[in-house]
Every structure is written in structure tokens, then in C-alpha cells.
Design a protein around this ligand. Structure first.
Ligand code: ADP
Length: 245
């Protein structure tokens, strides 16, 4: 449920000065962790997410193996120091739910049938959280999977659209998320406009919902270009250096 009682729009701007359709500044770095097969640091305003991908590797215990495809595991975790008041460490209902939907958001693009009996493990750690962390995590994980060389149909990009102070906006920060009317995290394959995850908290009219989708699509296209550029940046740099590390 949403809390009420703070003015989120003043003089046509949001409290942090952003326009309604403006995303927080995004920074993406590929291959930041030496020991992971693929990794990505994804910053979206005050959200700081780190994704590490391991695999495909033989699945243990063996009774969990799938003879036909790889099994994708996704663990979302918010660090105790990532929020204002220390968060109790370890998994909770929220992180279990976010892990489940994030895995489902990425699942359709991963060519799992290439690696039967294996596991692909995706770990997402939130070092700093300011609402929209599941979307930041999915963006990071998608790039980390590509960095790990996991065959994929495409990248997945993610953003939340929502309603604050009666206006439809993109990419809410924590006060907007807490005091706004509704939020709707979306993940999609931007190139084909295929939605792979859609959640909603709060209330939208039918028109709000449609508008939210239009905004989310536009934002996912922007994010996709940044994800792609970050990967190209790393791999064209390496090609220029004369090959593998
Ligand atoms: P998302 O981060 O994907 O928007 P939520 O809507 O559940 O997911 O959370 C919104 C924000 O609320 C988080 O990004 C974080 O800033 C804050 N938050 C969530 N859980 C906690 C917690 N246990 N302690 C403190 N802040 C939290």
C-alpha cells in the first residue's frame, strides 16, 4: 500500500528536479569482477547494483539437473548498508519474490537448451537502494549474462513507470515510490517490444496503464542502447588490445 501526505510535484517538476519522463543518470560498467564468468555494475541514480554470473556449470546436487536445459538461478540481495536503516541481512519474503520475478524476466532470452544438466547462477547485490532496485538488478544481470558469453536471443531492459501527484512518470525514487499512487516495474526485450515482466503496486486507470506502458517502452529503448554501448565498449576495447585476457 502507498503512504500519503507529501507533495511530490512542484511547478511541473519532481522533487529531485527531474521532468516526468526523465530517468535518473545511468552508469554501466562491464566485467568488474575477476572471478565471475560475467559481471556488471549498474548505477541508476542512487541505486547501485552489482551482478555476477557463474556458469553454465554442472548442476549440483544432480537430482536438480534438467536433462533438457540449463537451470537458471537468480538471487537478489539487498546489502544491510544499502538503505537508511540497517536492513536485516539474509533472504526475506521480498527478496525471494524479487528473485523469482527477475529470473522470469530474463528466462525467455536465455538459450538454456544449449546446456542441459547445467546451472547458470545469477547473483545480484544491491549496494545502495533507492527504489526501482529490481529493475536495476535485471538491467545489470542481463549485461552480466552477455558478458559471461551465455547465448541469448537479446538483452532485457527494465524500468518502472508510475503515478505520483496525479502525473504519470518514469523511474521513481524512494520518496516517490513510498508516497506516490502507483508503480509498475516492467522488463522487456526492447528491440521487439516483448514484455517479459510486469508488476503493479497501487491503482491505475486503464488510461494510466496504457500511458505507463508507452513510457516504459520508451525508457527500455534508452536503457537497451546504453547496455549495448557498454558491452560494445568493453569488447571493442579488448579486440583493439589484440584478444583475450
Ligand atoms: P524496488 O526496489 O524494486 O522498487 P520495493 O518497491 O519493494 O522494490 O522497494 C522500494 C524501496 O524501498 C527499495 O529500493 C529500498 O530503497 C526500500 N526498501 C525496501 N525494503 C527495505 C528494507 N527492508 N529496509 C529499508 N528500506 C527498504
Amino acid at each position: 500500500m502507498k503512504e500519503e501526505g507529501i507533495e511530490l510535484i512542484k511547478d511541473g517538476k519532481r522533487l529531485d528536479g527531474r521532468g516526468f519522463e526523465e530517468l535518473r543518470p545511468i552508469k554501466i560498467e562491464v566485467g568488474v569482477l575477476k572471478r565471475a564468468d560475467g559481471s556488471c555494475y549498474f548505477e541508476m541514480g542512487n541505486n547501485k547494483a552489482l551482478a555476477a554470473v557463474y556458469g553454465p556449470r554442472e548442476m549440483h546436487p544432480r537430482h536438480l539437473q534438467d536433462a533438457k536445459t540449463a537451470v537458471v538461478n537468480y538471487r537478489y540481495n539487498m546489502a544491510p548498508f544499502s538503505v537508511d536503516e540497517r536492513k536485516r541481512p539474509g533472504p526475506d519474503r521480498r527478496s525471494v519474490e524479487i528473485s523469482k520475478v527477475s529470473r522470469a524476466a530474463l528466462d525467455p532470452v536465455i538459450l538454456k537448451e544449449y546446456y542441459p544438466k547445467t546451472a547458470i547462477d545469477v547473483y545480484v547485490e544491491l549496494l545502495q537502494s533507492d527504489a526501482g532496485t529490481r529493475t536495476a538488478g535485471i538491467n545489470a544481470a542481463s549485461v552480466a549474462l552477455a558478458d559471461a558469453g551465455i547465448p541469448m536471443k537479446d538483452l532485457v531492459s527494465s524500468i518502472a513507470a508510475g503515478k505520483i501527484g496525479g502525473e504519470m512518470v518514469l523511474d521513481m525514487n524512494a520518496p516517490e515510490d513510498n508516497y506516490g499512487e502507483a508503480d509498475m516495474p516492467v522488463a522487456m526485450i526492447a528491440r521487439t517490444d516483448t514484455i517479459t515482466m510486469l508488476q503493479m503496486d497501487g491503482r491505475f486507470t486503464k488510461e494510466d496503464f496504457k500511458r505507463g506502458l508507452v513510457l516504459a517502452k520508451k525508457a527500455c529503448h534508452e536503457i537497451y542502447e546504453l547496455q549495448r554501448a557498454a558491452l560494445l565498449d568493453k569488447y571493442s576495447e579488448r579486440a583493439g588490445e589484440g584478444g583475450e585476457e
